[in-house]
Design a protein around this ligand. Structure first.
Ligand code: ADP
Ligand code: MG
Length: 360
């Protein structure tokens, strides 16, 4: 089993021939992934996720910093001994090979081809899905989901030290994405290979990974469990990026050592903030309580989530602020209704509006 360490990793790309126009696509990334753990890299498109994965795969060199597998610099490990299983967005299968050859390729290189059928059978057993019927087909005759299964089987049959996934399910429809996620989760718990899973989908990240690195513009904003990212975001970017429906933000200021806004106010906050300091308050939609003494809100629209037993309501306060509140379905909220709500005091998140940093 392998520990992965990224130490002060940076990568620049030159946009044209002019070196001055080069941009830092990755900027001083440091991180350690324990042996057998799955780390998700979660970030918007263009944040540098694929570039980071290509560096860890050894496909491109860093400009600064190191990648260590078990404390050995990747550059010092011969390519044949790196043991990297990579799964790409589009499967990246050889177009003219039958799946059988793709799946067995690395084993045949090592004269261990005879082990492939048992491996494939084991994968089929764990996922509950046979791929034998796919093995005689070429990629053109496989659906998107089938191609990804073959890609994952290929990566697994080569006995990887490290597994790298680059949005493997993003080209699939929602249902296939969900089942692919479940199959992969089973495989990863059965073959605990140290893995990096790149995605822009937080449902995938929380389902598959032990920890999540939130990436933006080539750097990590926060590396934590989903629960900590959700409850304790370090800044406004993480707070708004993590969580669907999105967190509500209210502008306000400090008055008598209390947060005071337009709709709500009088909430305790850090004692060292000066009077009139601007502070943004974040409250997630499900962290409101219906309460007679609360602020009056009028429901503009209702979006029911039947499985989760709540309705997401777009509301407007008497003071004119628009936000979202999750209301239990039993209350039968209707557009036009008026409710009274208060945010839960233990769920208030305060941010400095100038820097975005969390301040309480
Ligand atoms: P993500 O996978 O998060 O969408 P990428 O790692 O693909 O992001 O890209 C990050 C940034 O680096 C983007 O701005 C992209 O345009 C740029 N980039 C990626 N590869 C190259 C390259 N070979 N040359 C120049 N710029 C690149
Ligand atoms: Mg990408």
């Amino acid at each position: 089993m392998t520990t992965i360490t990224l130490a002060h990793l940076s990568k620049r790309f030159t946009q044209s021939d002019d070196a001055a126009k080069s941009i830092n696509v990755l900027d001083n990334l440091s991180l350690k992934i324990a042996s057998g753990d799955v780390l998700a890299i979660l970030g918007p498109s263009g944040s540098g996720k694929s570039t980071l994965l290509r560096l860890v795969a050894g496909l491109i060199p860093p400009d600064a910093g190191e990648i260590l597998f078990d404390n050995v610099d990747l550059q010092q490990i011969p390519v044949t001994e790196r043991g990297i299983g990579m799964v790409f967005q589009d499967g990246a299968l050889m177009p003219h090979w039958e799946a059988r050859k793709t799946v067995g390729f690395f084993m045949s290189l090592r004269k261990r081809e005879h082990e492939v059928p048992a491996r494939v059978a084991r994968i089929a057993q764990i996922t509950g899905i046979g791929i034998n019927h796919l093995l005689d087909r070429r990629p053109a005759h496989l659906s998107g989901g089938e191609r990804q299964r073959v890609g994952i089987a290929r990566a697994l049959t080569r006995d990887p030290r490290v597994f790298l996934f680059d949005e493997p399910f993003s080209n699939l429809d929602a249902k296939l994405r969900a089942s692919g996620r479940v199959e992969l989760k089973r495989l990863l718990s059965e073959f605990p290979v140290t893995s990096i899973y790149v995605t822009h989908d937080q449902i995938e990240a929380v389902a598959l990974a032990h920890r999540i690195a939130v990436m933006r513009d080539g750097h990590f904003e926060q590396v934590d469990t989903y629960q900590d990212l959700y409850n304790n975001p370090v800044n406004l970017f993480v707070a708004t990026f993590i969580g669907t429906p999105t967190i509500n933000l209210f502008t306000g200021t400090v008055h008598n050592h209390r947060w005071t806004g337009t709709t709500f106010g009088g909430f305790p906050l850090r004692a060292d903030l000066d009077e009139n300091t601007p502070v943004t308050l974040g409250v997630r939609p499900e962290r409101f309580t219906i309460h007679n003494g609360g602020a009056a809100i009028r429901i503009a629209s209702v979006m029911p989530y039947y499985a989760e037993r709540f309705a997401l309501c777009e509301v407007r306060s008497t003071a004119g602020e628009a936000f979202q509140v999750s209301v239990p379905l039993e209350i039968l909220p209707q557009a036009g209704d008026t409710l009274h709500v208060v945010p839960n005091v233990d769920a208030l998140l305060y941010f400095d509006p100038a820097t975005g940093r969390r301040i309480g």
